[in-house]
Write a protein that binds this ligand. Sequence first.
Ligand code: HEC
Length: 177
Amino acid sequence: MKGFVFGIFTMILIFALGLLFAYTGFIDMRADNPPSKIEASVAGHAMDANVARTAPKLTNPVAANDANLAAGAHLYHDHCAHCHGDPVNPKGPLAESLNPPAPQFMTDAADMPESQNFYIVQHGIRWTGMPGMKTTLSEQQTWELVTFLSHMNTLPAAAKLVFAETAARAQQSFNSN
Ligand code: HEC
């Protein structure tokens, strides 16, 4: 019994010390300061496990043809490239301004199952800079994006050109500002 009471007391103490640590300003709130290895590993596994458990196992209704991949490339350029990278900026300009940093899809493909990528794009990822797009993009657009993600590094020539051109145009207008 004594041990049990001592255990409870220790837990309350640890919890109180944690709160004190937070409330007195010792938690680093900077977004451009990367997470520790432990935090990145634990949070990454928790994220993967939750998405695997909760994402409905939907089948992608969008065919990977030139028109849909080109539509996906435009959407990606408008909504995703500044964090996840494109042919002109393989490292997205905002990649490391976020904690955790945004994965760079030109070198590290978004290779989770398509139903999981659909779920992530619709709902975003809590405690990260990854926004949920459900109110901004239709389901059709989200599937076009997901299809694009699955083929991003193996695009057929026509879609590859669209991707390269949208990225280059964005860079030009950025430079002329
Ligand atoms: C403001 C920056 C930002 C924008 C804009 C953004 N993302 Fe993300 N995204 C992130 C971050 C940060 C993560 C990493 C979250 C983590 O570590 O769990 C992420 C994770 C993801 C993942 C999971 C990848 C993986 O392998 O774990 C997918 C898929 C994804 N984003 C797709 C997209 C798509 C598609 C768009 C455009 C509609 C987009 N994101 C827009 C920041 C962004």
